[in-house]
Design a protein around this ligand. Structure first.
Ligand SMILES: [Zn+2]
Length: 420
């Protein structure tokens, strides 16, 4: 059994104060003052640190780090159809997904992420990389009505999802069905997915732009969420990335079905898609999570930066400076897809971030939520523990060859014209 004691940190756990956290194996077993050092095999000194739960990056395309900065400043459809889809057809393979996902995983861990939800191709490689690195993740083989680098058609991607579930479904890896969207799939394909999905997580893009909604309305005579609802893909296990172009009826449908919304603010800003009405959704009791999207449309996976953007744009959209306050923003960013994660609580998984208060932006500190949501950045993350395993210690990865991963991605990117 391994026992780690985090000592004297300021713990954000509801009734926040300086205390110790004792971890046994993968679980937080005790949070209190003055836990005896003798009870642990190793002690982390968290004096002058904030101790918080890990963040959840609930919408990513991890392997797309290869395309970071390759095609910027374009409209969504031009970006997808003329740049991303053709580059993917040529360059995406098992090795690329494994290596480039690992790079993204390290980037996420540096900003305090403990779990993610991904959608891409060759997702078995994402699962393998996550298990090696020690991150928790929901993988999802993208289902789409044309040939992808990994599957001939939607049916093959559905069958593949079922075999991924058999191979990888566990406490640390969940396997979702990942229909790309209602504009890249026919009603027939969506129905097939719904039939196979049963109680699985559904991860999809929805209402990303007004033009997407118009396209689906023209083609299917329904709005994207109405299409998902009518085929049986909108329910409490459904995670809807984007939801920018959402009207009152859409919100009613989300609320009625119990689906969750993943806010992806920076990608929506960069692609000029708009701002999802998150503050309005919260008022309607819709559950919200936060994601970065892939690094081709963001262009980094810094969830702390994303948190700040989420809050600021909601204030602008609603014309209300009190909208989405710092504490609520923090709660959304730590809202986890995994059970017993996202909170510092006895009996919960030991998914913990230690933020060292030695940076210029941490001086002075009156309110930890304000500091994390509005002033901090990923460089302030010092130590990350996931499932009781120390992955990042004093800003260095433990037993992970960061330089090799960077070198491997650079050599792949050279072939695509990268300068460095
Ligand atoms: Zn996406």
């Amino acid at each position: 059994m391994s026992r780690i004691l985090i000592k004297n940190g300021y713990c954000l756990k509801g009734n926040d104060k300086i205390c110790d956290i004792l971890i046994e194996n993968d679980t937080i077993v005790k949070i209190s003052k003055n836990i005896d050092k003798q009870r642990a095999d190793s002690v982390i000194d968290a004096q002058n640190c904030l101790v918080i739960p890990t963040f959840c990056n609930a919408h990513t395309h991890l392997a797309m780090s290869l395309f970071r900065g390759m095609a910027d400043d374009l409209s969504l459809m031009e970006w997808l159809n003329n740049h991303i889809f053709p580059s993917e057809a040529e360059n995406v393979n098992k090795e690329m997904v494994y290596t480039c996902s690992k790079l993204s995983m390290l980037e996420m861990i540096r900003s305090g992420v403990g779990c993610f939800m991904d959608m891409y191709f060759f997702e078995e490689e994402v699962a393998k990389a996550a298990l090696e690195i020690g991150l928790k993740g929901v993988i999802g083989e993208g289902v789409i009505d044309f040939k992808t680098p990994s599957c001939r058609d939607a049916q093959e991607a559905i069958s593949k999802t079922i075999s991924l579930q058999k191979e990888f479904e566990s406490d640390n890896i969940k396997v979702s069905f990942a229909p790309h969207s209602t504009y890249t799939l026919s009603v027939e394909s969506l129905e097939k997915i719904a039939k196979s999905a049963a109680n699985s997580i559904i991860h999809t893009h929805a209402n990303e732009t007004d033009s997407e909604v118009r396209m689906v309305l023209k083609d299917k005579k329904k709005r994207p969420l109405e299409v998902l609802y009518s085929v049986g893909l909108l329910g409490k296990n459904t995670y809807l990335a984007h939801c920018v172009a959402s009207n009152d009826n859409d919100m009613k449908l989300i609320n009625k079905s119990g689906a969750k919304v993943v806010n992806v603010p920076q990608s929506n800003l960069k692609l000029a898609s708009g701002i999802a009405p998150i503050a309005a959704m919260l008022n309607k009791d819709i559950e919200i999570l936060l994601g970065t999207d892939g690094s081709a449309s963001n262009n980094n996976l810094d969830i702390i930066e994303e948190m700040r953007t989420m809050s600021f744009v909601q204030k602008v959209l609603s014309g209300d400076e009190t909208a989405l306050n710092a504490k609520k923003t923090f709660e959304i960013a730590t809202n986890s897809i995994f059970e017993k994660s996202g909170k510092l609580k006895e009996g919960f998984k030991a998914d913990i971030v230690i933020i060292k208060l030695d940076s210029l932006e941490s001086v002075p500190l009156y309110d930890p939520y304000s500091y994390i949501a509005y002033a901090a950045n990923s460089r302030d993350v010092s130590t990350v523990v996931i499932n009781g395993r120390i992955i990042l210690k004093d800003r260095e990865f433990v037993n992970i060859d960061e330089e090799k991963i960077k070198a491997d991605v650079k050599s792949m990117a050279k072939k695509l014209g990268a300068l460095f």
